[in-house]
Design a protein. Structure first.
Length: 537
């Protein structure tokens, strides 16, 4: 093969899904080439077909999906190969970083074992050599305390840490083509820069080609050589990155480049009553002994946090992966054991057990960071959305549940007919909207939003921010908004808590934090966020 020949070549690729409503055509005649050592970015809104295109390349479509056309790796046709034949290419020639790490990591196996598996299967390494390489890879992708994390399970890591484990697994055998499906979605802005630098370094050292699927156009501009823009399953524009950003030909591309959450939320009145009042909240995890022995230790995931959230208000919680922000949200909802005091309106939640909390669950809802992991693959979207009604409003008739499911989908800008489909038939961004609809159908008073827009492209983020504001005004909702995306936090929050290593290092109104941050850590977060924003200006 000559130096100019593509390492990956797609021709007239179609992807279709058989559904109860007929055949859904997700990808329509896509043709593209990826040169050795090139970084190609594929961008587009949720549902544009960008992820399904590469899932077809890897032979990982859902059971009701099928692909036609041609996919060649170094001139060899792989579309239609059996899973066993495809395994010759997966890992060694084609690697993939998946969008949702929690669903890709086996909850029953330790992190070290999961990284070692492809090394032993494709690299023929011994158990000891594979473990040593796993430790090296965890160090390479910036996992803190990598020696300890080898023996951790996925649920013991933060969302960002799990994503870095997925990157380590994909890089284990140094593939010729690395397909990265939203690899920085779950990562805070400072870690994003480290991961991108790592991928760029690996590309230079090993001549690896990268197909980068993302909605973050700031990353695309800094990282990609060439851009493919997709809409409705088709390629609408392609070209060199600098050219597409400076002179986009299509109106759709111009819309993507201009999309950004805007506006500011009106804070609640000063005399608005408290919904949640937390004092000295602490969450501590016991860490097991490491592989080489030693004493067990404690991890203070949340260390003495105070919080006051008023009716109709939004408190944003920001910080790097592992800072404790998601654990704080779960502690306030009594979903993880905690010490301290948490009062919901006039009730003290800390003494309540599972039975005592159950009547309050309708009023205290959580939208998870990983929508695919929280949506049952065996249930239709309508069944998922109305599941809470069966528990908390058992007297509601079947027809009324169906009507409310349709209404909830309309509120999150999804077609009501989608309630007859299954989660795997939707894009990551669409699944997140389904998760929001499931929480909102119960008309709660407090919603903990754990990275609710992290999987969404910028144009849809604007819609979701507007939706959350409207629902908040309509139902006088209170939000605890956990995110690493500072532009979205700014658009939605009244107050911001900045967390690091389980502690609140700075707090203040949204304008105070953005206009005049006091702590070096907060300033570093702001600097990294503005760097990303400037890249698309």
């Amino acid at each position: 093969m000559s130096a100019e020949a593509p390492i990956l070549s797609l021709r007239a690729l179609d992807v279709r899904f058989r559904t109860t409503d007929g055949e859904l055509r997700a990808v329509r005649g896509v043709s593209l080439d990826v040169a050795p050592g090139e970084t190609l970015a594929i961008v587009g809104e949720s549902g544009s077909g960008k992820s399904q295109t590469m899932m077809a390349v890897m032979g990982l479509l859902a059971s009701n999906g099928f692909a036609t056309g041609s996919v060649k790796v170094a001139g060899e046709e792989i579309l239609g190969l059996s899973p066993r034949e495809l395994n010759r290419f997966r890992g060694s020639r084609l690697g993939m970083i998946f969008q949702e790490p929690m669903t890709s990591l086996d909850p029953l196996y330790r992190i070290g074992d999961q990284i070692s598996e492809p090394l032993r299967a494709h690299g023929k390494m011994s158990k000891g050599a594979a473990r040593a390489r796993a430790l090296e890879l965890l160090t390479l992708v910036g996992i803190p305390r990598p020696q300890e994390r080898l023996d951790s399970y996925p649920h013991e890591l933060s969302g960002g840490q799990r994503q870095r484990v997925m990157i380590a697994m994909a890089l284990a055998n140094r593939p010729e083509v690395l397909i990265a499906d939203e690899p920085t979605t779950a990562l805070d802005v400072t870690i994003q820069a480290q991961i991108l630098e790592l991928l760029a370094d690996l590309k230079r050292r090993f001549g690896m080609a990268i197909v980068f699927i993302t909605h973050d156009l700031g990353i695309v501009r800094r990282f990609a050589d060439r851009v493919v823009v997709m809409k409705g399953g088709e390629i609408v524009e392609t070209g060199a990155t600098a050219e597409v950003f400076s002179q986009p030909r299509e109106a759709y591309t111009r819309m993507l480049l201009a999309a950004e959450p805007t506006g500011r939320k009106e804070p609640p009145p000063n005399d608005s009553p408290p919904v949640i009042e937390a004092r000295d909240v602490r969450v501590t995890f016991q860490l097991r002994k490491g592989f080489f022995g030693g004493q067990s230790s404690e991890l203070k995931a949340v260390d003495g946090v105070d919080l006051l959230l008023r009716r109709g208000g939004t408190t944003g919680v920001v910080g790097e992966s592992g800072s404790g922000k998601s654990t704080l949200g779960r502690a306030i909802l009594r979903l993880t054991p905690a010490a301290g005091s948490v009062r919901y309106e006039d009730r003290d939640l800390m003494p309540l057990g599972r039975d005592g909390m159950r009547p309050l669950r309708k009023q205290l809802q959580l939208v998870f960071q990983d929508p695919f992991g929280s949506l049952s693959p065996r249930m239709t979207v309508g069944e998922i959305i109305t599941e809470g009604l069966l528990v908390h409003e058992p007297g509601v008739t079947r027809s009324e549940r169906d009507r409310r499911a349709a209404q909830a989908l309309e509120e999150v800008s999804l077609d009501p007919s989608a309630r007859n489909r299954f989660p795997h038939e939707f894009s990551g961004g669409q699944r997140q909207r389904i998760a929001i609809a499931r929480a909102m159908i119960l008309k709660p008073r407090l919603v903990v939003l754990d990275e609710p827009t992290s999987a969404l492209d910028r144009s849809v983020q604007k819609d979701i921010v507007d939706l959350l504001r409207r629902l908040q005004r309509q139902y006088d909702l209170s939000y605890l908004f956990i995110s690493h995306d500072l532009s979205v936090v700014r658009a939605l929050s009244d107050e911001i808590l900045v967390m690091k290593s389980g502690k609140v290092v700075e707090r203040g109104t949204t304008e105070q934090i953005f206009a005049d941050p006091q702590e070096p850590y907060t300033k570093a977060l702001m600097a990294a966020a503005f760097l990303s924003a400037q890249a698309i200006e």
